[in-house]
Structures are given as C-alpha cells and as structure tokens.
Design a protein around this ligand. Structure first.
Ligand code: ZN
Length: 324
C-alpha cells in the first residue's frame, strides 16, 4: 500500500508551520510560511492551501496522497462546528468558520482544534506522553497554554474552554493583570513575560549585586533566558524567581492532578528549556501539594517534540477520525 500523508498545520500569529506527516506520526517534510495578517486575516487560509499545493508540486507528489488537513489555531475552538472565536491576534473578529474555510480552500477533509490542545495531542502521540491516554500538557511560552487529555480525547468543556491552565488564579488578591481580563492568573507568573516581570521587580527591589542585576544595569532589561542562565550560575535573585515560578506551577499542577490523576504531566514551551533546574523545583512543590496516591502515580516530564508538537498533534486530529 502506498503511504498516505496528513497535513499538520500550526497556525500562529507571525508564522504558520506546516508538515506532511505519515500515519505513524513521522514528519516527512516540514516548512513554514509567514502568516499574512493584512486585510483582516482574509488571506490566511488561502495562503495555507496554496502552500500545500506548491509543496506537493515541488516534491512531485499527487494530492491524492493526502488524507486530510488538521490544524491548531490560536483561540477557543468549537470542535463540533469548526468555528474559532475571538482570534484577535490573527485579525479575526467575532467568529470564523475555520474548518469549513479550510475544507473549501484545500479540497481536503479538515479538523481543527485549539493550538495548546494540539501540542498536548502531539506529545501524547509521539512525545513525552509516550502514548499515555490520560495526560495534561502545559506549555510555558509567551503565555501559558494547557491541554487536558482524558482517555485519549481532549477535554473540551461546554464551550471549548476546558484546560485553560494559564488562567487558573494563582494570586487571588493584588495579582498582575492578564490578557484575559482577570488578574493574578498563572500566566502572569509562569510565562516568559511573567518571569521577566518578576525578575525585573526583584532586581529593582534588591540592594544585592549579582549577575542578573548586572545584566539589568548594563542592558536596561532582562529576558527569561538571562534569568535561567544566571540561576544556573548560582545568582540568588534568579534562583528566587525560579523558586517563585516553580511554587505557583507546582501548586496549580498538584491541584489539577488531584482532580484528574493523569498518567503524565508534560511541560513544554520555551520556558521549559530551563530544564532540570525548574522541573526539580516544580516537582518538590507538586509532591508537597498532591494527594498521596496522585503523587505516587502521576509523573512529570519535559516535552520532547519542541516546535513540532503542534503540527504532529494537528495531524493526530485527522488520524483520530480514521481509527474510529
Ligand atoms: Zn488570565
């Protein structure tokens, strides 16, 4: 039998990642195109369809090789109707019938979901989840994304907003404002932006000198990477920032685990590149706040797919319709 491919698409605010993926979840070819936000985002889907056709031409492959296109999109998605809501960073106001548009433009069967959910599905299928069917994935990037998988299926909730781990309230009183309109969300602490905010405040408030303070004084600003690098070199302020981030993540993840008792909690995104330093500290707090049987049975791991998690999980959306 000739191998069939699925198109996995990870639609982002600046770039769109695409990949041809075989039915075993292996990437055959991957590439990126810029996301065209002009004209209220009207070109986005047409460009994706053109990019697929162009790439098939480049590879001299017939379109009949493709069984469908799965896409992760940055916003709340109603998976039944295939509609995305309030994807303001794509220039889309109100709601857009994304799945139907994708089917019309590509002439392929399409399935869509939220991008954080796709990252979770990717890690379940081919990454740190290692096939675990009960899995929670938290993505620590510019924001904090979450995906909850129970018995192999994404938990959607009544309006597609389940798994919004980034908006768990961590600071009930006096927390920093969040993009969602609330204050004190986990995202205001555990995202790259949150880490920079915490670190900047600590550096400004502290009279101690040290690596991070020196960087701040020379550069005028701090990045999350500087915080991790300085912490690895033993800088006390940076270590304090990591400890505070780990406390809030460990507490939130323990509460999630006490509710769901997943087999695995997978931590991904750029912030997870801090590696063992952050993970060990999160684990300490997680152990402290999780129910004993949960502590014994739920394990934690760093995501392994990196930027490929989104396209692989998007491809899973199609694969999942085939195994039924
Ligand atoms: Zn929020």
């Amino acid at each position: 039998m000739t191998e069939k491919w699925i198109v996995g698409v990870d639609l982002g605010g600046t770039t769109t990642k695409l990949a041809f993926i075989n039915l075993y979840g292996e990437i055959v070819h991957k590439w990126e195109i810029p996301t065209d936000l002009s004209n209220e985002g009207k070109n986005i889907i047409i460009n994706i369809a053109k990019a697929i056709d162009h790439q098939l031409g480049e590879m001299d492959v017939d379109k009949s090789k493709l069984v469908g296109v799965g896409m992760g999109a940055p916003g709340p998605v109603d998976t039944k109707s295939g509609v995305i809501y309030n994807a303001v960073n794509l220039g889309w106001k109100n709601q857009v019938p994304l799945r139907d548009l994708l089917e019309v433009e590509t002439s392929l069967k399409a399935v869509i979901d939220n991008d954080a959910n796709c990252a979770a599905l990717g890690e379940m299928w081919k990454g740190a989840g290692n096939g675990a069917k009960d899995l929670v994935c938290v993505t620590l990037g510019t924001g904090v994304g979450g995906g909850v998988i129970a018995n192999g299926q994404i938990v959607q909730g009544i309006s597609g907003a389940a798994g919004e781990i980034g908006h768990i309230t961590s600071i009930p009183v006096g927390g920093a404002p969040c993009n969602c309109g609330k204050t004190g969300c986990l995202e205001t602490i555990a995202s790259a932006t949150g880490i920079v905010r915490l670190a900047t405040k600590k550096v400004q408030d502290s009279s101690d000198s040290g690596e991070l303070k020196n960087i701040y004084q020379t550069e005028g600003s701090i990045s999350a990477k500087y915080v991790f690098d300085s912490a690895r070199n033993g800088d006390q302020i940076a270590l304090d920032v990591i400890e505070e981030v780990a406390f809030h993540l460990g507490l939130a993840l323990a509460n999630i685990a006490n509710t769901l008792n997943p087999e695995k909690i997978v931590i991904g995104g750029g912030v997870s590149k801090a590696g063992d330093l952050l993970l060990n500290s999160i684990k300490n707090y997680f152990d402290q706040y999780s129910f004993p049987r949960v502590k014994e049975s739920t394990t934690m791991a760093i995501a392994t797919l990196g930027n490929d998690a989104g396209v692989i999980g998007a491809a899973w959306l199609i694969k999942n319709t085939m195994v039924k």
